[in-house]
Design a protein around this ligand. Structure first.
Ligand SMILES: [Zn+2]
Length: 336
């Protein structure tokens, strides 16, 4: 099947009461890992590319790999999403390329670092919604800003500086017409999210529940939702890595989010850790090997395992065959 509208994927997830993992990719092995995990668990899935990923892969490589994925896994509904678009132009270029969903992150200015004003955010997001919906493409917006920096994008800090205000979130959705809303509840991008297991003081799940009560029909998005499991950190450090102790978002907190309107869960770091650990292990145990496939195959397998586990934990497993994809041209009519 062709790439699917993310809005449809999320609407179905809302009906079924589950969340859908959105996994970041830069290369073929990561796409293969996600698609294999989706087949094994029969899961619909969101694959997403940051601006950094698009530039790393010269844009065209990555997009054509995704087309290959739809041909090789025709039974899997998959949406292709631009992660953290920094401007209308970035989102437009993704739509022109064939992405079925874009994020306009107007919570930051075009530099991807400086927090913006509410008015600026509404203006650029509204503009993207107009041009995306006309072509049946989904739009995710963001209100409040996350902590940390990933792929050169992010406000930095702990993530507690600009939490999402529930009333402002409601006003933002009303003024922009976004399909999905990323909220800031204390999470950060990257591996170093929390310096100890997060508590209600550092991860504001109450805030998420409050936002969901105000916006029961909006698909909420949790960014920076890797769990950063100790087992994956340990493998890296066991084979010569030097990660400092760190904590991510516990899966049970994500599951609480899913019970309260979270439909898209962004995961990147866990997959990076899994791949790097597997590669380090091969290098350490068999230093005579030099064929990239000797370490990329175990890396791909390690990532597949993590993705498949998350698919089961988020509840999307088993739902790949639930629905027939609506063509983007039909989605465009529905938006009108
Ligand atoms: Zn993000």
């Amino acid at each position: 099947m062709p790439l699917v509208s993310m809005r449809q994927l999320l609407d179905e997830a809302a009906k079924g009461g589950y969340g859908v993992g959105a996994f970041n990719v830069n290369n073929m092995e990561q796409i293969q890992a996600i698609m294999e995990a989706a087949r094994e668990t029969r899961s619909p899935v969101i694959v997403q590319a940051s601006r950094g990923a698009r530039s790393y892969s010269q844009d065209s490589y990555l997009f054509h790999l995704m087309i290959a994925a739809t041909e090789l896994y025709p039974e899997i509904p998959v949406a292709m999403h631009q992660d953290h678009g920094n401007s209308v132009a970035t989102c437009k270029s993704a739509i022109d390329q064939g992405y079925t969903s874009v994020m306009m992150d107007g919570s930051l200015m075009e530099d991807g670092k400086t927090p913006s004003t509410f008015e600026y955010n509404v203006k650029v997001t509204r503009e993207v919604v107009e041009l995306a919906h006309a072509r049946g493409v989904t739009v995710e917006g963001e209100i409040g800003t996350l902590g940390g920096i990933e792929d050169g994008h992010g406000a930095g800090g702990s993530g507690l500086e600009h939490l999402t205000d529930p009333d402002q979130a409601a006003e933002f959705v009303k003024q922009t017409g976004v399909d999905a809303l990323a909220i800031a509840i204390g999470t950060s991008h990257g591996a170093y999210k929390f310096s100890s297991k997060p508590t209600g003081e550092t991860l504001k799940m109450d805030r998420l529940i409050e936002i969901h009560k105000k916006l029961p029909n909006v698909h909420l998005v949790m960014h920076g939702s890797s769990s950063v499991p100790k087992e994956l950190q340990d493998i890296i450090n066991q084979y010569g890595g030097k990660l400092k102790p760190t904590w991510g978002v516990p899966v049970e907190e994500i599951q609480l989010g899913i019970k309260n309107g979270v439909r898209k869960v962004n995961v990147d770091t866990d997959n990076r850790l899994a791949m790097t650990g597997a590669i380090r292990k091969v290098f350490a145990e068999t230093p005579e090997k030099f064929d990239p496939r000797d370490y990329l195959k175990p890396a791909r397998e390690a990532m597949k395992k993590v993705v498949a586990q998350r698919m089961k934990e988020f509840g999307q497993a088993g739902h790949a065959g639930d629905y027939t994809p609506i063509p983007l041209s039909e989605m465009a009519k529905m938006y009108r």
